[in-house]
Design a protein around this ligand. Structure first.
Ligand code: C2E
Ligand code: MG
Ligand code: MG
Length: 684
C-alpha cells in the first residue's frame, strides 16, 4: 500500500474553524455532509491507518486525483484532540504545510479518526471563488425539493441529498459509495435501469417511471431527469439524477379518469363509457361473423316516489345496492353500466340468440324481487327492461342504445316489472322458432308427421293424373302445423334430411297401397328442399324408397325449386343426371320465381315446369301475367317439357290455362290436399 508522505511539526495547536463549527461532536454522516463544502481537508482514517474517506480539499492538498486517496495509508501518527502543524510532500516534490487535528469518530460502526487539515492562508484565498460556487451548489442541492443523486461512472452513489433521503427512504449513509438502491423488482424498470439508459447516452428528461417502491415498501411515482457529468479530462465522469415525486398528481389523474369514464356513485362505467364499450365490441364483431349482440336498458320503476319516501341519501344508497346486485347477477363477459339517474344498461356479449335477452332479463327481474334493506326498512324495487338486438335493431352503438331505451319506455308503459324487445315480434318469433325446433326433433319418433295429397288433373282429359305429397305436423299443443312454418326450421337445423327421407318412403308406400287396393295408377310428386338435395346419400335414399315400395321409378316425380337448381350449376347437373339415371321424373317447382336465366333449362334433365301460384293468381288482373304464362307454355313446348299450373282457385284462371299450352292443373278449385282415403274415394 502506498504511503502518503506527511512530515510534521508539533508546535501549533490552533483550531480548525470550518469544522469546529459543529461543536466538537462529529459523526461519519457529518463528515461526509460537511466534508465536501469545507475548505479544510477532511480525511477519515481507520484504526489501521487506512484512509476511508477524503474530501476534495484534502485531495487538493495532496495533489491527488479525485477518489484516489481512499484505501491508501495515512502516514502520520494520530493523537486525538491535538492540533499539529504538518508538512506535506506532494507528488511534484513541493511542500505544503497544514494544521492537523484528529477527532475520534464512528465510521460505519467502527472507530476511526477524523483528520482535519487546515492549509495555509494563501491557498485559501486561491480557493475563494470556488468556495463561493461550492456554497451555492451546496445550498441548491441541500434545499432542492427534487431528490438529487450523483454517481460515479461505475454507478456508485457519490451524492444523495436530503430530498432523496426523504423521498425514497434510504439515508445518505446507506447509499454513498454503494450502487443505487433497488426501487423496483425488475431492474430494467427501476432507477438503476434509467441510470443505465442515461449512461448510454439516452436522453432522460422528465421521464415518468412505472411505479417504484420506497425503502419501506410504499409505492411511489417518480419523474426523472438525468445529466451526464464530465471529469476534468472531458471524459464521462458519472451521472446526476434528479427525481420528482409525482405520486399525488398521478393519483388525481387516475381519479379524474375514473370520473370521466365512471359513475362516481356506483363506480360502474357511465353512459359514455358504455357506448364506447359497445362500439368496441361491435368493431370486433364485424370482423368476425354477425353473431347477435344484445343491449339491455333498465329503468327503476317509480324511482321518484322511492326517492321521496327515503330521501336522496337513501336513494343514493339504494342505487349503489342495486348496482351491486345487477353486477352480481351477470356473467363476467357481460358489461353493466349506470347510464342515468335511475337507469342502468347491460351489454350481453356472449349470446347466440335473441332469446338469451329474455333469459337474462328474467334473471335480473328475479334477482331484484328480494327487497332491499335500508336503515332497517324493506324497500321493494322493480325495473323495466328494454332489449335491442344487433344487427336487427341497429348496427351502430348509438342506435342500439336508443332502441333499448325505447323498448324500456314501452315496458314502463305496460306497468313495469317486465321486459320488451325493441321489435315486438322478435320475442314471439324467437320463442316460436325455438319451440318449433325442439318439437320437430321429436316429431318423427312420435309419429306426429303425416302426408296429405293434392290431386293434379290432366287438362285435356280431365282425369286425375297424379298427386303431390304435402307434409303436415300434428303438433301436440298447436294442432296441425303447415310446412310453410316448419320446413324452414327443419332446413335450418338439418332435420330436413331425416324428415325428407321419411316423406319419400311414406309417399311411395302410400302409392303402392293405392295400387294394392286396385285403384288406377297415379304419379306421385314429392317436394325436395335444397339441404336435402345436396345432402350425401340423397340419391341412395330415393333408390331405397323405390326398392322398398316396389314403385316404378317413372311414377315418382321430384319437385325441386328453381333457386336450388341455379345455385351451383356444375354440381347440380351431376346430381340431377344421377337421379335421372334412376328413372325418376324431375320437376321445377315454383317456376318463374327463381330469377334465373332460361339457358340452364337446356342443360338440365328436367321433365316438368310447375308454374308458380303467384302467376296463376294474377292472371285475371294483369295482362302481363297472362303473357308470362303463355310464354312459359311455348317455352315448354319447344323444350318438350310438361307444364303444370298450381294454385288454380277460380274458373276464369282454369279457362285461361286451357286456352294456352298447359298440360295439367292443381289447385283448391279442383281439390284441396286430401287424406289418403279421400284420394281413394276420388279415384273410385
Ligand atoms: P309447394 O310445393 O309449392 O306446394 C304447394 C302449396 O300450395 C301447398 O301448400 C298447397 O297446399 C298450396 N296450394 C295448393 N293449391 C292451392 C290453391 O289453389 N291456392 C292456394 N292459396 N294454395 C294452394 P303447403 O302444403 O302449405 O306447402 C307449402 C310448401 O311447403 C310447399 O310448396 C313446399 O315447398 C313445402 N313442402 C310441403 N311438403 C313438403 C315436403 O314433404 N318436403 C319438402 N321439402 N317441402 C315440402
Ligand atoms: Mg311442390
Ligand atoms: Mg310450388
Amino acid at each position: 500500500m502506498e504511503k502518503l508522505t506527511v512530515g510534521c511539526r508539533l508546535d501549533d495547536r490552533s483550531s480548525f474553524p470550518a469544522v469546529a463549527d459543529t461543536g466538537g461532536r462529529y459523526d461519519a454522516e457529518d463528515c461526509v455532509r460537511h466534508g465536501e463544502r469545507v475548505d479544510d481537508g477532511v480525511v477519515v482514517v481507520a484504526g489501521d491507518g487506512c484512509i476511508l474517506y477524503a474530501n476534495g480539499a484534502a485531495e487538493d492538498l495532496f495533489l491527488a486525483e479525485s477518489g484516489s486517496l481512499s484505501g491508501r495509508l495515512f502516514g502520520h501518527p494520530l493523537v486525538a484532540g491535538d492540533s499539529t502543524e504538518i508538512e506535506i510532500v506532494r507528488p511534484d516534490r513541493r511542500k505544503a504545510t497544514a494544521k492537523m487535528r484528529a477527532i475520534p469518530v464512528e465510521w460505519e460502526g467502527r472507530a476511526a479518526q477524523l483528520v482535519l487539515l487546515h492549509a495555509s492562508g494563501e491557498r485559501r484565498r486561491a480557493r475563494e471563488p470556488q468556495r463561493r460556487s461550492g456554497e451555492l451548489l451546496h445550498a441548491l442541492v441541500a434545499y432542492s425539493p427534487l431528490a438529487i443523486v450523483a454517481t460515479d461512472p461505475s454507478g456508485r452513489v457519490s451524492l444523495w441529498n436530503r430530498a432523496a433521503a426523504d423521498m425514497l427512504g434510504w439515508s445518505e449513509l446507506e447509499t454513498i459509495g454503494n450502487g443505487l438502491p433497488a426501487t423496483a423488482d425488475d431492474p430494467e424498470e427501476s432507477l438503476v435501469g434509467v441510470w443505465a439508459q442515461a449512461m448510454h447516452g439516452e436522453e432522460v428528461r422528465g421521464r415518468e417511471l412505472p411505479e417504484q417502491r420506497r425503502r419501506d415498501g410504499q409505492a411511489i411515482a417518480l419523474q426523472v431527469w438525468a445529466a451526464q457529468m464530465n471529469d476534468a479530462a472531458g471524459l464521462p465522469g458519472g451521472l446526476v439524477l434528479m427525481l420528482g415525486d409525482v405520486t399525488q398528481r398521478r393519483r388525481v389523474e387516475a381519479h379524474l379518469r375514473r370520473l370521466v369514464g365512471h359513475d362516481a356513485l356506483t363506480g360502474l362505467p357511465n353512459r359514455r363509457q358504455f357506448r364506447k364499450q359497445v362500439e368496441r365490441t361491435l368493431n370486433k364483431l364485424s370482423r368476425r361473423d354477425a353473431q347477435p349482440l344484445l343491449v339491455l336498458q333498465l329503468g327503476v320503476d317509480r324511482f321518484k316516489n322511492i326517492n321521496k319516501s327515503i330521501g336522496h341519501g337513501g336513494g343514493d344508497r339504494l342505487l349503489q345496492a342495486l348496482a351491486r346486485r345487477l353486477a352480481g347477477a351477470l356473467d363476467e363477459t357481460d358489461l353493466v353500466a349506470r347510464t342515468g339517474g335511475d337507469e342502468f344498461a347491460v351489454l350481453l356479449r356472449d349470446t347466440h340468440h335473441p332469446h338469451d335477452g329474455v333469459r337474462v332479463a328474467n334473471k335480473l327481474l328475479q334477482h331484484l324481487a328480494t327487497p332491499f334493506e335500508l336503515d332497517g326498512q324493506e324497500i321493494f324495487v322493480t325495473v323495466s327492461i328494454g332489449i335491442a338486438v344487433y344487427p336487427h335493431d341497429g348496427r351502430k352503438a348509438a342506435d342500439l342504445i336508443h332502441a333499448a331505451d325505447d323498448a324500456m319506455d314501452r315496458a314502463k308503459q305496460q306497468g313495469g316489472n317486465g321486459c320488451q324487445f325493441f321489435t315486438p315480434d322478435i320475442d314471439s318469433d324467437a320463442r316460436e322458432q325455438l319451440a318449433l325446433e325442439n318439437g320437430l326433433r321429436h316429431a318423427l319418433e312420435r309419429n306426429e308427421l303425416f302426408l296429405d295429397y293434392q290431386p293434379q288433373y290432366d287438362l285435356k282429359s280431365g282425369r286425375l293424373a297424379g298427386v303431390e305429397a304435402l307434409v303436415r305436423w300434428r303438433h301436440p299443443e298447436q294442432g296441425i302445423v303447415s310446412p310453410g312454418s316448419f320446413i324452414p326450421v327443419a332446413e335450418g337445423s338439418g332435420l330436413i334430411v331425416p324428415i325428407g327421407a321419411w316423406v319419400l318412403h311414406e309417399a311411395c308406400r302410400q302409392l303402392r297401397a293405392w295400387d294394392a287396393a286396385g285403384l288406377p295408377p297415379l304419379r306421385m310428386a314429392v317436394n325436395v328442399s335444397a339441404r336435402q338435395f345436396f345432402a350425401d346419400g340423397f340419391k341412395a335414399e330415393v333408390k331405397q324408397a323405390l326398392r322398398a315400395s316396389g314403385v316404378a321409378p317413372a311414377r315418382l316425380e321430384l319437385e325441386l325449386t328453381e333457386s336450388l337448381l341455379v345455385r351451383n350449376a356444375a354440381g347440380v347437373i351431376d346430381l340431377l343426371h344421377g337421379l335421372k339415371a334412376l328413372g325418376v321424373r324431375l320437376s321445377i317447382d315454383d317456376f318463374g320465381t327463381g330469377y334465373s336465366g332460361l339457358s340452364y333449362l337446356v342443360d338440365l334433365p328436367i321433365d316438368t315446369l310447375k308454374i308458380d301460384q303467384s302467376f296463376v293468381r294474377r292472371l285475371a288482373e294483369n295482362q302481363r301475367y297472362r303473357a308470362i304464362v303463355a310464354a312459359i307454355g311455348e317455352l315448354a313446348q319447344g323444350l318438350d317439357l310438361k307444364v303444370i299450373a298450381e294454385g288454380v282457385e277460380t274458373a276464369s284462371q282454369l279457362e285461361y290455362l286451357r286456352s294456352v299450352r298447359c298440360d295439367e292443373v292443381q289447385g283448391f278449385l279442383l281439390a284441396r290436399p286430401l287424406a289418403p282415403d279421400e284420394v281413394a274415394r276420388l279415384l273410385r
